[in-house]
Design a binder for this molecule. Structure first.
Ligand code: FRU
Length: 511
């Protein structure tokens, strides 16, 4: 039953709500501690963030918005924070873009996406989130999709609800919009009445009037009750074959072996589609990222045709940064491409090489069994490129201990010869969540005897790219005070490193 209220009625002046949000962020920023605050990852100056939203290129700048709770370091009433960049490397803070101000959004402006139209206007399609009874979550959500537009990319005018929730589903959110064959299309995630995770397709001529085309995808696993933050885009392989990539962040899947170890898990299914047809999946579900802290990625088409993606490094359990006035950061922007063998590749956007300000060739290195070598005494913002000759190594496990502190804490990024996987192991951390993840080295058309790792170390996080982007792993790491060394180690055998290069990285301008 639709509520007997006007969903478009304001309950606060939007400008006033935005000012309050700015004050909230500033108050937290004043008390912020920077021991883990990122130097080259996007985060809010203060407060909690989650999903990246509204990724777009508009009037010569890249725009990244994100879910923001400006009044605390826990998830709370959602706003849209905003940063922009001319080069995808150095970022500047923009004013908070959206605050809850109309009835439809009384409990938050939830995730959504952005498109630029023919009138050079930036359009945000996002979810208005409201408690069903208008007061608390006891009666569930009532979610609808809303539109806001901007001529300058900074100040947004709200146009209210454009897609209602006629079936009154409790989860119905996260519109991702794109243009194709002269029409707008949009996918969103819903929880069906039978508690199944589904993705619904809509189309429109004007971004205001939307037609429901039908269910694009229903998740085959009956445990999966909701697909958050869907995304849908084509990629063309080097042989000219085009495939559609359907992405979602699935809630409810049970962990199985190495898969789905996080509370909710973001991944994709590749298949074929064209407007007016159903999506035909061609393969299995793959994770975007095998690390402990990755969720709700969103992609955008860059003007040069590349597909760029950014995810949220979602904290799990204890998140010590919540004591520091901030919580949450986004991953590096990643380029997504389709390899000739059909595998999806995610690599750091090539622009990020401009972050390197000091490069040292550590050179080929051989370690005897159980030897260690300190590669960096104190690494703050660092990128490491490591190539291991596995055919010439006998170690059962070998790699880099990063964020290694004097009290014995570290995070291990290693190759495990017994499983043939790359592990990101936080078993020895002194603060925060423990546990490990293990990424496969599968789907290769290349030589498995050579392992390439690209490791990004920031003050409070680690991102690992395996074999040129065949797998990625993202995790928080909260080292204790003092120097943070990087040590190369070989366990139970020798290690032959054919090349090891380290780069000091500069700040992206937000820290
Ligand atoms: C995913 C999500 C989205 C929602 C947003 C709210 O992390 O739950 O489905 O729009 O976060 O902050």
């Amino acid at each position: 039953m639709a509520p007997a209220i006007d969903l478009n009625a304001p309950f606060i002046d939007h400008t006033e709500a935005l000012e309050r949000a700015e004050q909230g962020v500033s108050a937290l920023e004043c008390t912020r501690r920077d021991r883990w605050y990122p130097l080259y990852h996007i985060a809010s100056a203060g407060g909690w963030i989650n999903d990246p939203n509204g990724l777009s290129y508009f009037q010569g700048r890249w725009h990244v918005f994100f879910q923001l709770h400006p009044f605390g370091t826990q998830w709370g009433p959602m706003h849209w924070g905003h940063v922009s960049s001319a080069d995808l490397v150095t970022w500047r803070r923009e004013p908070v873009a959206l605050a809850p101000s109309i009835e439809a959004e009384s409990a938050g402006v939830f995730s959504g996406s952005a498109v630029v139209d023919a009138n050079d206007t930036l359009n945000l399609l996002y979810t208005g989130h409201r408690w069903h009874n208008g007061r608390d979550d006891s009666a569930g959500n009532r979610e609808v999709q809303c539109l806001a537009t901007s001529r300058d990319g900074v100040r947004f005018e709200k146009h209210g609800v454009v897609i209602d929730n006629p079936e009154d589903l409790i989860d119905f959110r996260d519109p991702k919009v794109w243009r194709q064959d002269g029409r707008w299309y949009l996918v969103l995630g819903q929880r069906s009445r039978e508690n199944r995770g589904e993705i619904v397709l809509f189309s429109s001529n004007d971004l205001v009037n939307w037609r429901r085309e039908g269910i694009l995808y229903r998740h085959p696993d009956p445990n999966v009750y909701m697909l958050e933050c869907p995304d849908f885009f084509p990629l063309t392989a080097p042989d000219g074959k085009t495939r559609w990539v359907l992405c979602f962040s699935a809630m409810g899947a049970k962990a199985q072996g190495y898969m789905n170890r996080n509370r909710n898990n973001a991944g994709y299914v590749v298949g074929t589609w064209e407007p007016g047809r159903t999506f035909e999946p061609e393969g299995a579900f793959h994770l975007w990222d095998w690390g402990q802290n990755f969720y709700a990625p969103q992609s955008m088409a860059a003007p040069d045709g590349r597909r760029l993606m950014i995810g949220w490094m979602s904290p799990a359990g204890a998140a010590p940064m919540q004591d520091d006035g901030w919580c949450g950061q986004l991953t590096l922007p990643r380029e997504v491409s389709l390899a000739a063998d059909g595998a999806l590749i995610t690599t750091p956007a090539r622009e990020l090489e401009a972050l390197r300000e000091d490069t040292v060739e550590v050179g080929p290195v051989t370690l005897g069994a159980n030897e260690d070598l300190t590669v960096i005494e104190d690494a703050e913002a660092t990128e490491i490129e490591l190539t291991i000759d596995l055919a010439a190594s006998t170690a059962e496990r070998a790699g880099l201990k990063v964020h290694a502190t004097e009290d014995g804490g570290y995070v291990y990024v290693a190759y495990d010869d017994q499983t043939g996987r790359v592990v990101l192991d936080r078993g020895a951390v002194r603060l925060g969540e423990r546990g490990y993840r293990a990424a496969p080295r599968e789907g290769h058309d290349s030589n498995l005897d050579t392992l390439k790792l690209r490791i990004y170390i920031d003050r409070g996080s680690i991102e690992v790219y395996v074999d040129g982007g065949r797998a990625a792993m993202s995790a928080y790491s909260f080292p204790t005070p003092g120097p943070r060394a990087v040590n190369l180690c070989a366990e139970g055998g020798s290690l032959a490193v054919s090349s090891l290069r380290r780069h000091r990285l500069r700040s992206i301008g937000l820290a």
